[in-house]
Each structure stands twice: as structure tokens, then as C-alpha cells.
Design a protein around this ligand. Sequence first.
Ligand SMILES: [Zn+2]
Length: 272
Amino acid sequence: MIQFIALIIFLSPLAQAYTFNNNFESRFKDKNVSVSVDELTICPNAGLTVYELNELIQPAVDKFWNRVPTSNLRLKSGGFSIATTNINTGRLCAPTDTTCITTAGATVIAPVDEIIIACNSNALNFGGSNVIAVTIPNHFSGKNIAGAVILINESSTIFSTLSKADKIGVIAHEIGHAIGLGHTKDTSALMYYKTVDQRSALGSDDIRGVSYLYPMQVDGFGLLGGCATIQNNDENPGAKSPFWQMGASLAVMILLIELRKLLKRSQARAAA
Ligand SMILES: [Zn+2]
């Protein structure tokens, strides 16, 4: 019976809130992904040298995304990458966002491989001086993400006002977008859109999200982390619920087995 209760808690639809970057649930094909700093970026308003920026990456992946036993994604700092065109001043446009690309013309940031972080002074990327950073996968291979750009808002000094722990939290949140996750309504999650104050670990919603996109294969048990419902970017709860339905029928089966055992036991007692 304990198994049954545990299963119900695990499959509770209230616990499912994570979203994706797009309807294809795009993710990196390779489970080993590097996060690098653009070698020519400069971050005076963000209050960082490029070396200090680089030092935030490894703790951001080790404290958050690399700690999920049900996910096989492993991120690492890739040091400095070759400078990407326009990354310091250009517009960051999704490959399908023709309005952004057309309006920006020649100033669109070139597509990247892996995940690249830079400071960017183009205020149009951020929509406000209180927006700390923005991330867009700007390179796809089919439906898979081939590369993503994380921009720290260099048109404002907001990043410089954060504690080191919160800077690491911001980088970790942005890496969450880079690997394919959207925002969640779960306030305890790193991927909650509003604040990253004092986040020192992933929330259970983040763990389910990354485990869904990058499930750990376990012999004999199939895909761990696959038992989760999903809520897409349109934020339409229950729009896709095959796993929940599967879970529900499994839970009913377990309940029936338990009931049969109880019935057998009482029959045996009655016979005695
Ligand atoms: Zn975000």
C-alpha cells in the first residue's frame, strides 16, 4: 500500500509545472555539453572580468544541473571559445524569429555551437534594465539544439549588484534555458521566472524537467524520469498527459493487487 501512496504522490499533476523552450521539446543530442565564455567579450557594467565570468560556470553546473541522478546530462566549463560575430552588441534572435532577424539586419549574433556566454550592451535584447540576462538557443540541428547564447545585460549594472552566489544562480538559470527548459510556475524551482535570490539547489520541478529531457538509462527499468507529465509553453495544463494516464492505470492495478491480497487474507482467516 505504501508503494501505491508513493506512486500517487509522485504522479500528482500539481507537481508538474516545467515547460520547454519550444513545442519540439528541443534538447542537445550529445549529453556532454560545454559552457564557454566568448573570448572577446567585455563586462565592465556587469562588474566582471572575463576570467571572473568564467569562474562562475563550473559552480553553476556542479551545484545545479550535474547533481541529478535521474538525468544523464553532464555540463562542464569549456574555458574560452572563439569570438562569435556581434555577440557584444548584436541582437540575439531565435532562428525562426524572422521579425527579429529582419529588423536587426547585419547585427544579428551569429549561431554558435555548444553554450556560449557573453556580456551584451544592446538594450533591445533585454526589454528593461531590471532584466539580468537572456538566453536563446540560436542554432539547431533538425529539432535538436546545436548551440545556445547566454547574454548578461551589459546595458545595465544590475548583474554587478548581485552576490556571487546569486550570480552563480543566474548563470545556472540561464543554462537551464540553454539546455531546453522554459519557465515554470513553481516558485521553489530554479526555473521560476521571477527571482533567483538565494537559490542554492534545483527544485523538484527542475529535477523532473531535466530528467524528462535527458533521462538516465537504467538497465531493466527503461527510462528513469520518463514518468512525468509535461506542460508546454502554451501553459495549457494537461495538454499532454499520456504518462499521467499510464501512471493512473498502473496505480489502479497496484491498488487492485493490494485489495486481492487483503481479500485472500480475510478469506484464509474465515476458512481457519
Ligand atoms: Zn528565465
